[in-house]
Design a protein around this ligand. Sequence first.
Ligand SMILES: [Zn+2]
Length: 144
Amino acid sequence: MHRRCMGRCCLVEPRNDFMHELPVTQAILDTALSAAQQAGAARIVAIDLVIGELSGLVDDSVQFYFDILSQGTLAQGAALRFQRQPARARCLTCGHSYDAAPPLAPFCPACGSVHLQVTGGRQFQLESIEIDDHPTGSAEDSER
Ligand SMILES: [Zn+2]
């Protein structure tokens, strides 16, 4: 029986929830759909998303789930545009400030202190949506 983990080592590798893109993508889709309906859109052309570097979300996974979830909705075929937002880390011991890119080292690169303050980088939000007022595939001319 292996019991090498005494708790501390688990801090080095933050675990991401398995497949947590699914509920997140569903939430994004719901938000986009309600916004599109309020705007009277015929369909959603594109969705701009802001993803924090530390959110653990993978673009391809979000796109994968989105393609499935959006079928039969106004958002079907919409393009997802991802904008990555970096996190900032600041050492509380020496004041060193730097971009915190994953995998996040649990100590300061300047002095080795573990007293770090990480800000940003965990958000996942819908920035804006691009909509089309005219249904595609409608070949009929409007009345004159
Ligand atoms: Zn430091």
